[in-house]
Design a protein around this ligand. Structure first.
Ligand code: CA
Length: 226
């Protein structure tokens, strides 16, 4: 697996690159947006880790140009900023995930592995399962045209399930993807959140979309289509 790391802070880039190489990834490092873009459009990468605040060409521009060249490589954004407008703008430009600085290497590794497992995905903003609809730009969820209000964790959980529609996700996979290092290890947390999510997304409707796979985990599926 070959990873491109575009990061101008040498401390951050050497700590990330060393960590990834220790995990047996091949890592190319670019210290500014322009060389990052040159590498990204010259070589084939399995993943790009991209800082937003970069000299020469900023991260958002790099992302847009990577997307116009190669629409499917997963891109993980590193950012010191946590503004929702940034996230919306960059999701629109084609980011797959975010990590806010400072971060622990373990957390980065979890995100990297999750993106690599998922592989290239469709970049449509709206994901649909039956009459359930999730918009990644506006972060709005609707079922049968009716808006459903979710907490941010419920939203992340639903987004992860819907992005992997039909695929069974284990509790471990869900925890790794939806919770961060602040997760304190309550073992039934996934079940608790799935219950909350079901009460909003499935219980009021006749057709149940979220399925429990006994002994394994959960999946979301449109049974009418299988
Ligand atoms: Ca930077």
């Amino acid at each position: 697996m070959r990873i491109l790391l575009v990061e101008d802070e040498s401390k951050v880039s050497s700590f990330v690159a060393r960590g990834l190489m220790a995990e047996r990834f091949a890592v190319d490092v670019a210290a500014d947006g322009q060389s990052g873009l040159e590498l990204a459009t010259t070589y084939h990468y399995d993943l790009v880790i991209l800082d937003l605040m970069l000299p020469k060409v900023d991260g958002t521009q790099v992302l847009k140009r990577i997307r116009s060249h190669n629409s499917s490589v997963p891109v993980l954004i590193l950012t010191a900023r946590d503004a929702i407008t940034d996230k919306v703008g960059n999701f629109e430009a084609g980011a797959d995930d975010y990590l806010t600085k400072p971060f622990a290497f373990a957390e980065l590794l979890v995100r990297v592995k999750a993106l690599l497992r998922r592989g290239p995905v469709s970049r449509q903003s709206v994901v649909r399962v039956a009459d359930l609809e999730l918009d990644r730009f506006t972060q709005q969820v609707k079922r049968a045209g009716k808006r459903i209000d979710l907490t941010s964790k419920e939203y992340s959980l639903l987004e992860y399930l819907m992005a992997n529609c039909g695929r069974v996700l284990s509790r471990t996979m869900i925890i790794e993807h939806v919770w961060d290092q602040s997760f304190d290890g309550i073992t039934n947390i996934v079940d608790v959140y799935v219950r909350h999510l079901r009460s909003k997304v499935d219980d009021p409707y006749e057709r149940k979309l979220i399925q429990t796979v006994r002994g394994v985990g959960y999946t979301i599926i449109d049974e009418a289509e299988t």
